[in-house]
Design a protein around this ligand. Sequence first.
Ligand code: ADP
Length: 162
Amino acid sequence: MTLALVPGSFDPVTNGHLDIIQRAVELFDEVRVVVARNSSKTPLFTVEERLEMLREVCAPLPRVTVDSFEGLLVNYALKCGATVIVKGLRFVSDFEYELQMALMNRRLNNAIETVFLPTGAPYSDLSSSIVKEIARLGGSVEGLVPEIVQQRLREKYSIHST
Ligand code: ADP
């Protein structure tokens, strides 16, 4: 049984993330989407809000669970018996950073392998940051994020602007 982790900040989850998660399900026995609690980025959504959105959008997917982790991802992987880390790649800039992370993770624990999946064609320019920027400026994020995330973004920004 291979358990694969799909880590990220998911602030918020986008259709690009979902594409990677769905494709990981085809490749591995079980998939766990994990939200990093100690990311250096300043988030828009709390970890609990991000987990809630992820749980809702991943509910229809078989063999997918959602969790969060603190500290090193390889330590979390060891604890739960995961042997694969799945990362999506969009640009060359993603690759440089992700390769460095993958090499470091293997140095920390060589039993854990990182697998890169190229972004699905319609999502190559999609990031959580772009989605937040569009929503903040009042644009439509339809087709970029699941319905529930559209709703949450509307709530966040209408609260913020009052
Ligand atoms: P973001 O970079 O959008 O803030 P995260 O930090 O949550 O996203 O990223 C988690 C993982 O998801 C990273 O491996 C990232 O490359 C990947 N990812 C994010 N958006 C996409 C996308 N549109 N297509 C493919 N992979 C993506």
